[in-house]
Design a protein around this ligand. Structure first.
Ligand SMILES: [Zn+2]
Length: 284
């Protein structure tokens, strides 16, 4: 390693890691080993270990704080927890059993429903076009992540509602006027706020198994319209994510919450609303 050649340092890091992985092919599986470093702002589900891991780098503001309302924490971190759990039941996860062994353990009826819902997601996401690079999302390449996003958000919302039934919603945040359902979705949108160059976005849309963040945040909302008490919030997120307005307005609202900025520009329901994309029900 040297202090003046980042490229060579990165090559050394990649080669060392590559050789370590190759060496591991001849060794017994170490199920205790983490696949990411604790300081990363990330989380994962491992199909072969059947485990989910949330790294220390993730468990902090703005994704989580014990001082935040439950609604926000469930929308932000809770939906990520749900996302990772749902990976155990996506196109890949469904093929591995509780011990991480490769085994198709679903019955035919479940499989049929799963396929029908999957096809709906493929069609829905393939229709999303990112106008910044004039490319459509690949609904096939991103299917597992889209399933996890939708399942995670819905599971977390139900978990939050169960919590409030048991212990109440708690006081609203002073000065903001948001309901707790709205805060839930603010928290969720905050996770997917992005700022990227066109080049980086193009690489993501061509090769990343995740949809671009604006499509991860926004299209999920219409899935929920039958169950949500926060329906009036739906067009806001939907509009932000479909490129007409902004997902980026949400950090502004959050910034205000943290006291760094006054008079946030909240989306205008009248002018920002768009037609809802097709709805893919998760549970029937
Ligand atoms: Zn994922």
């Amino acid at each position: 390693m040297s202090t003046d050649n980042n490229y060579e340092n990165m090559q050394t890091v990649f080669w060392t890691e590559y050789l370590r992985i190759l060496k591991g092919l001849k060794e017994p599986v170490d199920k205790e080993r983490w696949h990411m470093a604790p300081y990363e702002t990330n989380a994962y589900y491992s199909i072969t270990d059947n485990e989910i891991v949330f790294l220390a780098g993730l468990l902090q503001s703005p994704l989580y704080s014990k001082t935040f309302p439950d609604s926000y924490n469930y929308g932000a971190l809770g939906s990520m927890v749900g996302h990772e759990i749902t990976h155990g039941f996506d196109e890949e996860g469904r093929l591995f059993d509780q011990d991480g062994a490769f085994r198709d353990w679903w019955d035919k009826e479940d499989m049929k429903k799963f396929k029908a819902h999957s096809e709906c997601f493929v069609e829905q996401y393939s229709n999303f076009r990112d106008t910044r690079v004039n490319k459509n999302v690949s609904g096939i390449n991103t299917l597992d992540e889209n399933i996890a996003d939708n399942g995670g958000l819905e599971a977390s919302y139900y978990a939050y509602k169960k919590l409030t039934r048991e212990k109440g919603a708690g006081p609203k945040l002073p000065g903001l006027g948001f309901t707790h359902d709205q805060l839930f979705f603010l928290g969720f949108a905050q996770v997917h706020c992005e700022k990227s160059t066109k080049q980086s976005l193009l690489i993501d849309i061509l090769f990343d198994e995740h949809s671009p963040d604006r499509f991860r945040a926004a299209p999920l909302m219409p899935q929920q319209t039958s169950t949500l008490e926060a329906c009036s919030w739906v067009p806001i997120l939907q509009a932000g994510g479909l490129g007409k307005v902004r997902v980026n307005c949400f950090p502004k609202a959050i910034a205000t919450w943290h006291g760094r900025e006054s008079n946030p520009r909240l989306p205008d329901l009248e002018s920002d609303a768009l037609t809802a994309p097709p709805r893919c029900p998760l549970y029937v």
